[in-house]
Write a protein that binds this ligand. Structure first.
Ligand code: SF4
Length: 273
């Protein structure tokens, strides 16, 4: 598996200092869902550490501040230096440029990826989620009223707070992964097309790692829809349709990437919490 470096650091020295920290798990950020708030590995992730560093300096996020543009400039410089080093290590000549051929090939790969049945199904899913939430605004208001009433009535054994938390969590999960499923699948499919002639058998494939992240996002989303199904029986037909669509996508992805589930993500699949 190739090491991919996160971008966004102030300079290459920062990157190297962080990379030398033995507590960090190398490359863990390459196959995560970027939900840092819920991640058990924040203390072992270089991306999280770098973002913390930047948030320590509020002016680094103000477009009008010199610090913001200095951060961009430093990040660009550090990334270019890193790219140069990696290219040299791998024998890639960055001066060798065939723009037209490269762009044409990229266009072809993107077109092929976009038209893949899994990519189209994932995109359709993301749109369906928006449409569903738009169509059930009243249902959520009714549910809120119902839960508030149950809090006031306070029936022994009834726990409206637990139900509210469960709904809130399910919605957060669905919204978090709604577009990520498509993004990760697109990356997996696109990567698989590029890897085809180049990757050795038995070598972990980046495309499998991305597909695993997409599959994990689908698993979490399916579970979350199951929760909503439980709490909104009046919407069960629509939710069932969405669940069927997502489950078919999950199965199709497993067929397309039969080794994805076995891909070992740094940290997540190898460290006992
Ligand atoms: S590994 Fe965890 S902390 Fe690091 S970027 Fe991913 S979600 Fe955030």
């Amino acid at each position: 598996m190739n090491q991919k470096w996160p971008t966004g650091s102030r300079n290459q020295e920062d990157l190297k200092n962080l990379a030398g920290n033995p507590d960090l798990i190398s490359g863990i950020y390459n196959y995560c869902d970027r939900w840092c708030q819920r991640c058990p590995f924040t203390s072992r992730c270089m991306v999280f550490a770098m973002e913390e560093q930047q948030f320590d300096n509020p002016t680094a996020h103000d477009l009008n501040s010199e610090a913001f543009w200095q951060t961009i400039s430093d990040s660009l410089q550090a990334t270019l230096e890193m790219l140069q080093e990696m290219a040299e290590e791998q024998g890639i000549d960055l001066d060798l440029l065939d723009v037209e051929a490269d762009m044409e090939e990229q266009r072809r790969l993107e077109e092929e990826t976009r038209n893949h049945a899994c990519a189209r199904a994932a995109e359709a899913y993301a749109e369906t989620v928006d449409a569903w939430f738009d169509s059930v605004k009243d249902l959520f208001v009714e549910k809120e009223d119902e839960l508030n009433l149950r809090v006031r009535v306070n029936i022994l054994g009834d726990d409206p707070h637990e139900e509210a938390a469960s709904i809130e969590d399910a919605v957060e999960v669905i919204r978090w992964y709604q577009h990520q499923i498509h993004v990760k699948l697109f990356r997996a499919l696109h990567g698989a097309l590029e890897e085809r002639p180049a990757i050795l058998e038995d070598f972990p494939k980046d495309s499998d790692g991305s597909a695993k992240v997409a599959l994990s996002a689908m698993d979490c989303s399916i579970a979350a829809w199951g929760e909503l199904y439980r709490h909104f029986p009046m919407a069960e037909d629509d939710i069932l349709d969405i669940l069927v669509h997502l489950d078919r996508l999950r199965r199709a992805t497993e067929q397309e990437f039969p080794d994805a589930r076995a891909f070992v993500r740094p940290g997540f699949d190898e460290v006992e919490l």
